[in-house]
Design a protein around this ligand. Structure first.
Ligand code: SRM
Ligand code: SF4
Length: 581
């Protein structure tokens, strides 16, 4: 058996492995902890198991100091994330999430970078009722977080609605196929009686077994030419292969991921690599087999090196392909050709091939709220009441009002106008291609602001873009409050990753179609330096770019940053190769 060099399975397992082992298939003492009225928190071990149920304990970081001064425990609250393959919700489901966010949450909805809803600010006393409300709406949260397969993403491009329907069904079936089988979720949240029987652990979780995976695992399905789901960032990506508009099968890409730790070069973002092609009907079998390889070889001692990308990089792609063939008992075919043209969304109204209309709206950083002078949340609620189609949450944190019949179009259009919702037409192309993770105040790992800061930074960059004549030039810009990379910043043409309050590392040179990593250009800089550094580069790009040349490609050609084709070269990449100073 090949030994995983990052793993060395002889090292002691991490504490998380103990928690999973003792947790009795995700039960722990969550049920008891919820009933404890003395504290608004639950125990650390239970919090780690709670993630598998789609929820995290957090505290409001804006209130931390004040509460400490008042000798109060932190303002504990919970985030809940739904599992919603491909990001499709019915109008009724929208209304339920909206209602819960008002009743128990912080009054906002977050549309995430993996096409689902997050609710923030739920108090422990309201968690169970909230979970039940979500389940009553025929949604659930099981496996939305934790060391399991997460929300399966799929392309939501309304230009290909027939294919979208087919691919969405595949994503949904795959998600069900890979969902944990334990009844813990039903017992804790839905009051199902615990059944004591003589089943062996393997029968309870035939794929995950009792320790589940070494780390989170993510799957996404792209439909070329759109790479909206950033297939190269997924642990396991599928690229639909179409012939004459009909789905034939999928290319399989393995070992992508965005997370890293500042100052630790054993961690890095990585792009997945295409290893072959499979017919459509093999997708569940291949996914399950790949997951079992990661289950058996992933690093269970050091969680920082536990993602599938490290398992592959440590053992090599050839080893992986051989292992896959052995486990499958058949060989996957050679990869087929495909081409991506963008990883962003296409905004505005479009008529799908099913005759219905689809409207892609720009939702800045996925935050649905009633802002001053912009009643976005109320407007979407009114749309949900009138709408007879569905909603699609995109991987770029935007929203598609999908399947609007010709008869309904006028009414929806009037509501969009009444509430001043935008399909991005009054924004620069930069803003339309911007994305920021949550960060402060709810994210415990944030080092700097992200969602609350990027919009104002974009305002300032727009001034430079005007000067450079680039207002309509599409440039992908992303910000994350820490190097975990929840906005997939390592694939952006311009990226900022938080280092400390107000300070960011700046990265340049990602591929416009999401196929190339960027590289570190400047470290630990604040707004003034960011603008000072970006200005001459954008002005030069405005003057010197070749026809159709994207910003990410230009900064590589002009030598600002070196091209990074593999995460293994991410930290070694050079800057200012031949830039005149
Ligand atoms: Fe993420 C952890 C938010 C997509 C990489 N992510 C977190 C936590 C739960 C913080 C924590 O562990 O305490 C954040 C909760 C913040 C909050 O207050 O809501 C968080 N991640 C998000 C969301 C909501 C960002 C957003 O603004 O949309 C996204 C929810 C997606 C979903 O619906 O499932 C989100 N996270 C991502 C992505 C993008 C993706 O999957 O396409 C990534 C990069 C891809 C990847 O996984 O490699 C990502 N999140 C991480 C990591 C780093 C993992 C790693 O490999 O090192 C962490 C930290 C961890 O796991 O230890 C993390
Ligand atoms: Fe939090 Fe970091 Fe993810 Fe942003 S990137 S949501 S700061 S974990």
């Amino acid at each position: 058996m090949v030994k995983n060099k990052t793993t060395d399975q002889t090292n002691p397992p991490s504490d998380m492995e103990r928690i999973k082992k003792e947790g009795d298939y995700l039960r722990g003492t969550i049920k008891e902890g919820l009933e404890d009225r003395i504290t608004a928190a639950i125990s650390d071990d239970d919090n780690k198991l709670l993630k598998f149920h789609g929820s995290y304990q957090q505290d409001d970081r804006d209130l931390r100091d004040e509460r400490r001064r008042q000798k109060l425990e932190p303002a504990y609250q919970f985030m809940i994330r739904a599992r919603m393959p491909g990001g499709i919700a019915t109008p009724d489901q929208w209304l339920v999430m909206d209602d819960i966010s008002e009743k128990h949450g912080n009054g906002t909805l977050k549309l995430t970078t993996r096409q689902t809803f997050q609710l923030h600010g739920i108090l422990k006393w309201n968690l169970k009722e909230t979970m039940q409300g979500i389940n009553n709406a025929l949604l659930d949260t099981l496996a939305a977080c934790g060391d399991v397969n997460r929300n399966v993403m799929c392309n939501s491009n309304p230009f290909q609605s027939e294919i979208h329907t087919e691919v969405h069904q595949i994503a949904s079936d795959l998600s069900n196929h890979l969902t944990p089988k334990t009844r813990a979720y039903h017992e804790i949240w839905l009051d199902e009686e615990k059944v004591v029987d003589s089943r062996t652990p393997e029968e309870i979780e035939p794929m995950y077994k009792d320790l589940y995976l070494p780390r989170k695992f993510k799957i996404g399905i792209a439909v070329p030419p759109s790479n909206d789901i950033d297939v190269y960032s997924q642990d396991l990506g599928f690229i639909a292969i179409l012939e004459e508009g009909k789905l034939q099968g999928f290319n399989v890409a393995v070992g992508g991921g965005m997370g890293m730790t500042h100052g630790d070069t054993s961690t890095y973002p990585q792009v997945s690599r295409v290893i072959g092609y499979i017919p459509t009907e093999k997708i569940n079998e291949v996914s399950e087999t790949i997951i079992t390889i990661q289950r058996d070889y992933g690093n269970r001692s050091n969680r920082k090196n536990a993602r599938f990308k490290y398992t592959i990089d440590a053992n090599g792609l050839d080893w992986f392909k051989q292992e896959l063939t052995t486990r499958l008992g058949w060989e996957i075919e050679e990869a087929r050709t495909f081409e991506f043209d963008h990883n962003g969304d296409r905004y505005g109204w479009v008529k799908g091939d099913n005759g219905n209309w689809h409207l892609t709206l720009f939702i800045q950083n996925g935050r649905v709220a009633d802002f001053e002078n912009y009643a976005l949340k109320t407007g979407l609620r009114e749309i949900a009441k009138a709408h007879t189609g569905d909603f699609r949450l995109t991987a770029n944190q935007n929203l598609i009002i999908a399947n609007v019949t010709s008869r309904k179009k006028k009414e929806i259009k009037e509501l969009v106008e009444k509430y001043g919702m935008t399909a991005g037409e009054n924004h620069s192309a930069l803003r339309r291609n911007s994305m920021a993770c949550v960060a402060f105040p709810t994210c415990a790992l944030a080092m700097a602001e992200s969602e609350r800061y990027l919009p104002s930074l974009v305002d300032k960059i727009e001034v430079i873009l005007d000067e450079a004549g680039l207002n309509e030039q599409e440039i992908v810009i992303r910000m994350s409050g820490c190097p975990n990379g929840c906005s997939r910043p390592a694939l952006a043409e311009i990226a900022f990753i938080g280092k400390a309050p107000g300070k960011y590392n700046m990265y340049l040179g990602g591929g416009f179609t999401g196929d190339r990593l960027n590289s570190l250009y400047r470290e630990n800089i604040a707004e003034e330096e960011i603008l000072e550094i970006l200005r001459p580069i954008l002005i030069a790009y405005g003057k010197e770019r070749n026809v159709g040349e994207h910003f990410g490609d230009y900064v590589v050609r002009a030598g600002y940053v070196e091209e990074v084709l593999s995460g293994l070269d991410f930290h070694a990449a050079k800057t200012d190769l031949f830039v005149k100073k």
